[in-house]
Design a protein around this ligand. Sequence first.
Ligand code: Q9C
Ligand code: ZN
Length: 336
Amino acid sequence: MDIFYDPRQRAHAPAQEMQDGAFVPYAEKPERLDAILAALPASSAPKDHGIAPIEAVHTGAYLDFLQTVSAEWKEAGRPGDALPYVFPLNAPFHDDFERVEARIGRYSYDMGTPITPHTWESAYWGAQTALSALESLQSGDTRQAFALCRPPGHHSGAGYCGGYCYLNNAAIAAEAARTAGAGRVAILDVDYHHGNGTQDIFYDRGDVFFASIHADPRTDYPFYWGRTGETGAGDGEGATLNLPLPIGTTIEPYMEALDTALAAVSRFRPDLLIISFGADTFERDPISSFKLRIEDYPRLSQAISGVDAPQLIVMEGGYAVDDLGAIVSGFLSGFK
Ligand code: Q9C
Ligand code: ZN
């Protein structure tokens, strides 16, 4: 399997996030990459595919914000990483703010996604990592490729960051594949958390199928997306499938949900399958509550391998740093 990684993804290192009423150390840290890399064979550096494939998914105003808000925060004399505290919710959206606080709330939905002077650089190379892994599949000699992306992407929508995510790597790869001629792309999201950004981006499109297995949003982040009743809209009606599972879920019920998701993916007959892979379904993940074990991960990938399409694996979450190497290498080992 071809593996892609760029060390510039390490530069983004926020100090802390707001959680449950207190600032806590940032869980999505660069050491995650070191732990995964140490368990894998050699990787390739990505090529620079430029900004166009990123602009095909994210709005110009949001991309401008991501590249400038950290400097604006510093110029305003604010301490630490840029972090919002006020959000517009149902207010009218404007772009002419004279306060950095207003601008950052406009493009965020939580207080867990700080922006540092290096966030853009890391997120940019994360997207290029996904695009380069896609390119290796397009050359046709391999059936799977792994993009070791960081920061993760699946909570980021066309015009917002959230949930440690800034650029939606899986969506950027899906859109690039469509542009390059793939008629139908399926995205299977097996991170612990619902992939709300990916769902949002493709919600009204019938050419990109989105299936997600995740913690029930009634009990878990991101809370406001991921119910079974969200099935797509317009041309996309029926092209979104949400399979929420309860706290404490073990491998057997997880496999049942996975079989349901894979049957739907196969019925869609995709030309490409993108897997948003989170290692945070692991039993000792520090912020999550499923009960998958190290030895369960090859079972997931063996089942996913049965889908008749080239497969691009994109790294999302997973925070049990000491176990990440074994989880990811186990997951990759099950692909056939
Ligand atoms: N007490 C990803 O896995 N904070 N993002 C949750 C839990 C946000 C996770 C706090 C979690 C975002 C890519
Ligand atoms: Zn997650």
